[in-house]
Design a protein around this ligand. Sequence first.
Ligand code: C2E
Ligand code: CA
Ligand code: CA
Length: 461
Amino acid sequence: MAYVALFLVAFQFLRLHVRRLGRRAANNERRARLAARRDSLSGLANRQGFNDFIESSAAEDAASRGQAAIIYIDLNGFKAVNDKAGHHAGDAVIRAVAQRFRAVIPSDVLLARIGGDEFACVMIGEEAANAALNIARRLSASLEHPVEHDGRVYDIGGAIGISWSTEQTPKSFDKLVEEADLAMYRAKAQQLDQPLTYDNSLGLEHEHRRNLEAAIEDGLAKNEFYVAYQPIMDANTNQVVSVEALLRWENEERGAVPPDVFIPIAERSKLIQKLGDFVIDTVCQDFDETTPHTVSINLSPSQLNAANICHHYVDKLMDAGLKPNQIEIELTEAVLVEDFERARERLVSFSEAGFKLNLDDFGTGFAGMGYLHQIPFNKIKIDKSFVRSIGKGDGSNKMLQAMSLLGDALKKDLVAEGVETESQASMLKLLGFRFMQGWNFGRPMTINALRQHLDNHRRAA
Ligand code: C2E
Ligand code: CA
Ligand code: CA
């Protein structure tokens, strides 16, 4: 009898103990689950937490009733903090921004950090659309003051995109995410300081872009691209001093598609690297070490962002027996805007490898002029809009004269672009310009036509 009682007590004890162990395991698991959904730096939900929420039945229910909205936020100026002041400062900025965001968001709205400097909010319920508009405005306002850390001040902005559904047009969360992302991207591209709400024109544009991307990819495979070369003259000697490589696309259905149309599309994807490779490979085929002039090629900001771009080009040139000093790299001020320090380093490494650097489209940008001293540009190309306005009597001659003096002062060669007539050329010469490019001297032409053109020129000389 006593054994039985003892057994029962021991059994009861064991059962309680097992249950306690089970509870502890469940608690640990819940904690681990929560941690996996939380971003330790900001204390907000992370991408996993965001995904879990929008895939939850409550969220899907709301979406099917057309009562859901999403806000996407991408910080401006954050990469520069990391690069210039280090990761500690970057972390502090993220924490500060997360705190500001949390302060303006109601507790029933999910706020997540879904990438390095990307945040998202999800709203569900009848008032989701209105709430999204209000919250987006408050998020935007919360970034109006700079963030301070360790005695330094950082200007952080944000591109904000919003998307919502209505009862008449319910949308899945996948769709809302895609739309908010598109709106955010557009807000960033247009440097808007206000939130942008998705509308159908953005969707059509997106589709158009995708079609064009596919066509570019296809065109590369089908050899629809080629490189045209345009001569650049020394007006004093009437000699061709260099040629500019300009990409051309002759599409089966679309005809000649101008680079101003397809380059910006390619820049948003990896396609720009492929097109850039096509250009440098073609240049390597078309010229050799005996070429008496330099060849300039255009580089977009996103091409400069590729980490090993300089070595990549040097390797290709070496394989073809060309030297970096036969190539001029043309860049616009746009490469200096996003992250000046990184762009400067890249450009200095190009220059140290022997490449010449040209500043393209000068006069159209928005940067100050201080950078002209800091980056070893060899030539400055004056945008064709200035040449076009010659003789129009709005002070444009004075403007060109000032640029000419600036070139002298900085000891940089100037090239006037878009010279279409002999009278423009004469005026430019009077104003002190020596190098010129434009239809007056030759349109962009195929490599064979260029060879012919150079031959004729030599014979004439
Ligand atoms: P850009 O670098 O400013 O190139 C000069 C543009 O002016 C070329 O337009 C050229 O055809 C045009 N042009 C030359 N002479 C005259 C003239 O006398 N009058 C007028 N009205 N225009 C003239 P294109 O070839 O349409 O190229 C447009 C832009 O596309 C280029 O501007 C450049 O920024 C970009 N691009 C072209 N090829 C490439 C490339 O291979 N890679 C990259 N990243 N960008 C390229
Ligand atoms: Ca150019
Ligand atoms: Ca130009």
